[in-house]
Design a binder for this molecule. Structure first.
Ligand SMILES: [Zn+2]
Length: 304
């Protein structure tokens, strides 16, 4: 529930509960929403007022409108809004939109319903992202980009990104990670692994376990791994395409978008020090942790 304190400010712009219809229940009561909905006692002029509160007018403007056009309403707008706010029928739309949250209204309504401050979305408009992908992994990247754009992240091809996503079918060429590691650029590998998609680890160079840590752990029990490494990403594309359904592609894109948005918003990112795996079926998930490897040079970066 949003803080009551916002009600006392002049900027409070009441809006009905997001997505909830306003209905007349019977001769003496109204209902907002149907799941299960909130029933409130009707009074003269109330229906007309509730039809107006779409978040575009503050309490003062609504009161002025009531004085001129709904004189039968026998209670002040401020008192009424306080009551409806306590019932969860009315929200403060001034928390949603604003110059720094343009295009984020749907997100902000969602966050507000969860009791969080929509201000936590404020990093999204300025967030810079870049993608590297091969042909086969491109559908995952394209679907993730669409979700990100709808979530208020629009700078998806930055030359100076906060985060670089590296997507590939099969293990990626390890040289792709050299530049971001040297530049201390945070990066997130996405690997199509036959009939599933692996996301992670999200690497903050020098601060969280990296792809080389993974390779060294792997080489500890798979002695041929170091012989395979130089071959990654060098195969021609003529091999049989992966067995990924369209649904699994979109599920992986969804998980990827969730990771990126968590990173952008400063929330915990599941794929830091961890691999997330989607598939083969869209509802199937697994994950396993990745620790620093004592032989990896990446923890020297943190000392430097
Ligand atoms: Zn490492």
């Amino acid at each position: 529930m949003p803080a009551q304190a916002t009600l006392s400010t002049m900027t409070f712009r009441p809006a009905l509960r997001p997505g909830a219809p306003l209905l007349r229940r019977d001769a003496t009561s109204l209902q907002i929403g149907t799941s299960p909905g909130v029933v409130i006692a009707d009074r003269p002029g109330l229906y007309a007022l509730l039809r107006l509160i779409d978040g575009s007018r503050d309490v003062e403007r609504l009161q002025a409108y009531v004085r001129s056009s709904i004189p039968e309403l026998d209670v002040t707008v401020a008192d009424l809004m306080r009551e409806l706010h306590a019932l969860g029928v009315v929200f403060d739309a001034s928390r949603w939109s604003g110059p720094r949250r343009r295009g984020l209204d749907a997100e902000a309504r969602h966050v507000d319903l969860g009791g969080h401050d929509p201000a936590r979305l404020s990093a999204r408009p300025a967030f810079r992202l870049a993608f590297w992908s091969d042909t086969t992994s491109r559908p995952i990247v394209e679907a993730a980009r669409a979700i990100l754009a709808q979530s208020g992240v629009h700078d998806l091809d930055s030359t100076d990104p906060h985060l670089l996503v590296i997507a590939s079918c099969g293990e990626p060429d390890r040289s792709l990670f050299e530049r971001p590691t040297l530049d201390a650029l945070d990066h997130l590998p996405v690997v199509i692994d036959e009939d599933r998609v692996r996301i992670g680890p999200l690497v903050r160079p020098g601060r969280t376990p990296c792809v080389s840590c993974h390779d060294l752990h792997r080489a500890d029990w798979d002695h041929a791994w170091s012989a395979l490494l130089p071959q990654f990403g060098r195969q021609p594309r003529a091999l049989t395409p992966p067995a990924l359904s369209a649904v699994a592609v979109h599920t992986a894109a969804l998980e990827l978008a969730v990771e990126i948005l968590s990173y952008c918003d400063g929330r915990p990112v599941r794929s830091v020090g961890r691999f997330l795996v989607v598939g083969p079926e869209h509802h199937q998930r697994s994950s396993w942790p990745l620790a620093f490897h004592h032989g990896c040079a990446c923890d020297l970066l943190s000392v430097a």
